[in-house]
Ligand binder design. Structure first.
Ligand SMILES: [Zn+2]
Length: 280
């Protein structure tokens, strides 16, 4: 399989979920072997940060990339769409620290990239094969990420929030999954009981019912939104995991099983898997 980039550039604007800051962002074609690279056009010298797990900084309520003091906040939905649609190489230029949250899902990204089209590049894609089973567990949260050898790519997540509204949910990505239809439209979510604290700590300055599902225990979702799927929260956690795992920098050949995934456990597991397998 050859590497791919976008046929043309795609533009997005909106505000960051955490910072609430307005941002304009262009996703441009780039050369084979470059991967996904972010560039801050608002900073002197327009510094770049590669979308790689070695650059992961803070992972509270979202993934942050950080290199030489330059940060990119909340890239996971954009990265999920790029990797699941097969975009290996792209330059993402943005004029603020945080990627726009848009509607809280990856649908606007996925639809724009489909409309733009992909261009095949001369270099081969070189996947990272899972050669032996790997497990990472976080004893504090009980979260568990497992990888096993498989000739293709599959991922399955199970969420367990001890919530009457969400309960235990599963979601799967395999060769039969239509990412644009089945995963990309699934929105981020939080619990109403967390909103006050999240606002107080400045973690959701750009958050609203326009870009997040808010769970109001035990009644249901605030504002009675129409869910894309009955297990939309699990599908969103899968969307996030696919974005976080794209930080391997190359496609993974294997099967991922995640119980209670989150950005911290996802990126810790991936970093450990890469180093244990000499894939740094
Ligand atoms: Zn997310």
């Amino acid at each position: 399989m050859k590497q791919h980039t976008l046929k043309a550039s795609c533009s997005f604007s909106g505000k960051g979920l955490h910072t609430g800051r307005p941002v304009s962002m262009q996703v441009l074609p780039s050369s084979p072997g470059t991967g996904i690279v972010f560039q801050r056009t608002d900073l002197p010298g327009e510094p770049m940060v590669a979308a790689h797990v070695r650059n992961v900084g803070r992972t509270r309520r979202g993934t942050t990339l950080s290199s030489a003091g330059v940060r990119i906040l909340t890239p996971e939905h954009l990265l999920s769409a790029l990797s699941c649609l097969g975009v290996d190489n792209a330059l993402v230029r943005l004029d603020a620290a945080e990627v726009p949250i848009l509607d809280g899902s990856a649908r606007p990204y996925a639809e724009a990239f489909i409309a733009c089209g992909l261009e095949e590049q001369p270099e081969e894609r070189v996947p990272l094969a899972v050669r032996r089973p790997f497990v990472y567990e976080d004893p504090r949260s009980g979260a568990r990420i497992g990888l096993e050898p498989f000739d293709g790519f599959e991922a399955e997540v199970t969420i367990d929030f001890k919530s009457k509204v969400i309960g235990v949910q599963k979601a799967r990505f395999d060769a039969s999954t239509d990412y644009v239809r089945d995963i990309a439209p699934c929105r981020t979510f939080c619990f109403r009981r967390e909103v006050f604290f999240l606002r107080l700590t400045g973690l959701i300055r750009g958050g609203s019912l326009e870009n997040a599902l808010v769970v109001d225990e035990p009644r249901g979702y605030v504002g009675n939104p129409v869910l894309s799927f009955e297990n939309e929260p699990a599908r969103h956690k899968l969307l996030d995991l696919l974005g976080d795992f794209s930080l391997a920098g190359r496609p993974i050949l294997g099967r991922v099983r995640a119980y209670k995934p989150g950005h911290t456990v996802n990126t810790k597991a991936l970093a450990l898997f890469l180093s244990e397998n000499g894939y740094e």
